[in-house]
Structures are given as structure tokens and as C-alpha cells.
Design a protein around this ligand. Structure first.
Ligand SMILES: [Zn+2]
Ligand SMILES: [Zn+2]
Length: 349
């Protein structure tokens, strides 16, 4: 399978789309861990959202000019998404950029935003380039009414007020590259500390992490600060979590929900979703859908309601459970400990 990404990178967009479509039509995608000995009684569906507004895009190599536009789209879509998830009583893990907990901020004594926060050194990764100025140079240092793409205390309150049992997770304070290379421990600790403090101000305990921009690292800091799990792309789209060497639960990432660049129909999108749900239900494995709340409007209005309806139609006849990341981590740790105790008893008998 190692040559596959290389092979794929040589294809035109049209051919990439045709190849993915072929893999889905033939059942080769999603890749399913058939061999897994699942401790779960049913398949589990998880939804997580990268709630980040303008913060995610400010150093993007391709989208930095759209940062505010993306932030405002996200702001418009979130109430629509909350209504949809409420209609089907489906919880989401909202992996939230810490700055969004604020309703305002001001320049520090040295004239810089968040002068108390450490900054990353200049870096470049696959998607971002930070090569001049201050890490917080885009922060408007105003409030959510003046600059609604940078603050979202009001939207977090809206999520918390929902009848659905949503979870608020962590997506770092400033949406930085969290890899060991580009984020020293001191910086990782400071980012987590301020997120934890701001979340606590709203009565929230952060348990789940979604790493920004596909980066990952600083697992020691996550463990020390009480985070229990994170989302991770794995070999199998439909598979089991595992407990990593730090004692954190890695939860597989299955499919990003949004309009595709290939012009696929709504029917094809739903066929794909059904494939994922069938496999998760049949093998009692985890299917983890994730999305950006700034998702395409066509997808939000036409596909997303049908996706949630499908998930509810699997949940209600008891084919699957729908859980948040924190709930999956807790359940998986509990079941793993029970299995371990059974095996220990057998070994001692
Ligand atoms: Zn700020
Ligand atoms: Zn992000």
C-alpha cells in the first residue's frame, strides 16, 4: 500500500476522482480491519468538527487571503449545523481553537497580542508558512462584534445551550503546528494551559484533542494536562482505537465530510456514507466522520441532513452507537481493562 500515495500524486484531479470512485464502487474503500477483535457490542459512529474560524487559515500557503471569509462562513454555518444535529439528536466533538473561547482581547504591555504567550520560531510545513512578523500578527485585538471571525464565545455558548450532549474538545489555543519539531514542550504546555483555563471558565473539561493541520506531537504534554484521546488517520478507515505508549487513546479518523472536487452527486456521497456505516455496524468497529464547519453550502444543505438521517437510521434499530471522542476513549479504556483482567485471571488459574 506504500506506493499508493505516490501513484495517486501523479494523477490529474479528474483521474484521482475516478480512482477514488472506483475504490468505493468496488468496496476497496473504506479499508476495514476485518481481523480486529472488537470489544464493542455495536459499531460506533463519531462526529468531530475542527472549530477554528479565521485562525486555521492565516498562515496557509494557499488560503491565507480567505482566512476571514472562511471564519465568517463558519460563523454562519454553526447555528445551521447545531439545528441539524439537534433534529437527529447526534452529538459532535467540537475541537475548538482556544482563542475562540474569548469574546474580546487587548494588546499586551509590549504592544503585542497575547504578550504572555510563547511563540513558535519561524517554520514551514506541508500546508503553512510562518516566515515573518509575529505569530499573533493577524489577531485584531478587538471583540466578537467588531471582528466576528476571530472570537466565538457566543457560538460556544450556543453549543453548550443545545439539548444535545455535545463535547467541546481542544484544537490548541492559536492553531499552531503541534509537532515536536515546530512546537517545543514549553510552547505546547502554554497552549494547553490557556485552553484548559478558558474552557474551565465555561465549566468545560477538555478531554479530546484534534491536532491542527494534520500535525501531531507533544503527547507527553497532552497526558500531563489530562487530555485522554486524539483523532488519528490510521491504516484502516474503519477500525479500532488503540492505547498509545503515553496512555492516550488514539481514535481512527475515517472520512472528511464536504463537497468533493470531482463533481460527485448527492446520491454517490450517500452511497459512500452507507458503505462506511455498513462496515462499522457489521464488524462492530469505529467510523469517525470529521468536518470543517465552514463546509460548502451545497453539501451542508443537501448532503449533510441525509448523512445525519442515515446515521440515525442505523442507531435507532440498535445497529450502532453514536458517541463523542471522550465517550469512545472512556469506553475503550474500560473494555480493555476488563479484557486484561480476564486474561490475568486465566493466566493465574
Ligand atoms: Zn487575541
Ligand atoms: Zn484546524
Amino acid at each position: 500500500m506504500n506506493i499508493y500515495p505516490k501513484f495517486r500524486s501523479f494523477l490529474s484531479d479528474k483521474n484521482k476522482g475516478a480512482l477514488t470512485r472506483f475504490l468505493i464502487e468496488t468496496g476497496l474503500k473504506p479499508r476495514v480491519n476485518h481481523q480486529a477483535d472488537s470489544p464493542f457490542k455495536r459499531g460506533i459512529v463519531v462526529f468531530s468538527a475542527d472549530f477554528e474560524m479565521a485562525w486555521a487559515f492565516r498562515f496557509s500557503k494557499t488560503k491565507h487571503k480567505e482566512a476571514i471569509k472562511k471564519g465568517l462562513e463558519e460563523r454562519e454555518n454553526i447555528p445551521v449545523l447545531l439545528d441539524l444535529f439537534k433534529r437527529f439528536n447526534i452529538p459532535v466533538t467540537w475541537a475548538t481553537v482556544g482563542h475562540l473561547f474569548l469574546s474580546e482581547c487587548k494588546k499586551g504591555s509590549n504592544g503585542l497580542p497575547h504578550s504572555e504567550m510563547p511563540r513558535p520560531e519561524f517554520f514551514e510545513n506541508r500546508n503553512w508558512s510562518f516566515n515573518s512578523g509575529d505569530w499573533y500578527q493577524h489577531d485584531p485585538c478587538s471583540d466578537y462584534k467588531t471582528d466576528p471571525a476571530w472570537y466565538a464565545s457566543d457560538l460556544i455558548d450556543l453549543i453548550l445551550a443545545s439539548d444535545v450532549n455535545h463535547e467541546i474538545g481542544c484544537h490548541t489555543f492559536s492553531h499552531l503546528d503541534f509537532s515536536y519539531n515546530n512546537c517545543p514542550k514549553l510552547l505546547a504546555d502554554a497552549e494547553l494551559d490557556i485552553c484548559i483555563k478558558l474552557a474551565a471558565g465555561k465549566g468545560i473539561t477538555l478531554r479530546s484533542m484534534v491536532f491542527p493541520g494534520g500535525t501531531h506531537g507533544n503527547f507527553e504534554s497532552l497526558k500531563e494536562k489530562g487530555i485522554e484521546c486524539y483523532r488519528k488517520p490510521m491504516k484502516y478507515h474503519i477500525g479500532l482505537p488503540y492505547i498509545d505508549p503515553f496512555g492516550l487513546v488514539a481514535i481512527p479518523s475515517s472520512l472528511g465530510l464536504d463537497k468533493d472536487p470531482y463533481g460527485w452527486s448527492k446520491e454517490f456521497h450517500l452511497k459512500m456514507i452507507r458503505n462506511y456505516l455498513d462496515k462499522a455496524a457489521k464488524y462492530k468497529l469505529v467510523c469517525h466522520f470529521w468536518f470543517h464547519p465552514s463546509m460548502d453550502l451545497w453539501y451542508l444543505e443537501n448532503v449533510m441532513p441525509e448523512v445525519l438521517k442515515l446515521v440515525a437510521n442505523y442507531r435507532d434499530p440498535s445497529k450502532i452507537y453514536v458517541k463523542t471522542m471522550g465517550q469512545v476513549a472512556e469506553e475503550f479504556k474500560k473494555l480493555t481493562a476488563e479484557t486484561q483482567r480476564r486474561e490475568d485471571r486465566k493466566a493465574n488459574a
